[in-house]
Design a protein around this ligand. Sequence first.
Ligand SMILES: NC(=O)C1=CN([C@@H]2O[C@H](COP(=O)(O)OP(=O)(O)OC[C@H]3O[C@@H](n4cnc5c(N)ncnc54)[C@H](OP(=O)(O)O)[C@@H]3O)[C@@H](O)[C@H]2O)C=CC1
Ligand SMILES: CC(C)(CO)C(=O)C(=O)O
Length: 320
Amino acid sequence: MANQFIYNSSQLSYAILGTGALGGYYGACLQKSGLDVHFLLHSDYEYVSKHGLVVESKNGDFTLPQVQAYSETSKMPPCDVVIVALKTTQNHLLPQMLPNLVKENGVVLVLQNGLGVEDEVAKIVGSNRVMGGLCFLCSNKVGAGHIRHLDYGEIKMGEYAANYQTAGITKRMQQIANDFESAGIKMQLAEDLLLARWQKLVWNIPYNGLSVVLDARTDELMGNSHTRSLVEELMWEVVAGAKSCDRTIPQNFVETMLQYTDKMKPYRTSMKIDYDEKRPLEVEKMFGNPLKFSQARGANLPKITMLYQQLKFLDSRNSS
Ligand SMILES: NC(=O)C1=CN([C@@H]2O[C@H](COP(=O)(O)OP(=O)(O)OC[C@H]3O[C@@H](n4cnc5c(N)ncnc54)[C@H](OP(=O)(O)O)[C@@H]3O)[C@@H](O)[C@H]2O)C=CC1
Ligand SMILES: CC(C)(CO)C(=O)C(=O)O
């Protein structure tokens, strides 16, 4: 059963693990709204310690001349909410980062794309201290401490319970959602985190995968009848993957995702940006784990399997 704990403190403290496109944007919004936010940085540490963060956003640009910046988690104070905003390719660092950073009654909120990360985090901090969020955000880091928020931003957040059992809506979710709402971020509360994760994959699997394999933006994939059909067929395979996990994605969801992408400004997916920048791709959490989940339950997803194999090849060649 998910934790029903209601925080006593009037104000929650937040740690942001990975102050990049996503963590930098949400963390800066939370700090701007008056919350106590602690940012873990990597290559930008020196710069951000001196100059803070700059956010260019379609909702209004702003600067935070001073932020609480850290280069190591061991120097950070324990926080109520620890937001995981690293790329999933860095998740091998979590066993060392999380244990002392999350307060005893605190929670780790995984905002990464993909499937199965909450299972891994639960092994580190216990399954009653984990939540997940799906971010409908288009944001890039364009320089040291410089975030460009292009579009959207809503988060769909859900409680984790062991083996992704449905955990419902809890008080602490509402409390955290209120903080995000006060910071100008639209929130949706999901009763079933696993269903929400599969729904997000309906978008990520076709577009992130095909954008790399076919060297294409979203508008190009939608504008050609062959790739448009391929996108749709991949989406139906994700629906079948969800079904194998006893989660039903409504029939009209695929059509909604296609329409949503038709209306989007031409977009280079995050996986394509990583590929172009020769960074490791988030293939395992976004493709490998959904395939593992489905295969363990007897489902065969041939098109997603092929995309996974192609991405593994490209990822390995890109890093050599
Ligand atoms: N960007 C977006 O709009 C969206 C992103 N997501 C998901 O959010 C997650 C984060 O993506 P995104 O923000 O785009 O990625 P970024 O690469 O922009 O951000 C990740 C940050 O983590 C930092 N980092 C890496 N290693 C360490 C380390 N050892 N210690 C501290 N910090 C470290 C990086 O710093 P450095 O660069 O200095 O190495 C970087 O700033 C991914 O799972 C992605 O799929 C989901 C929806 C939308
Ligand atoms: C669909 C999109 C681009 C923005 O909502 C996104 O969420 C992602 O890149 O993962």
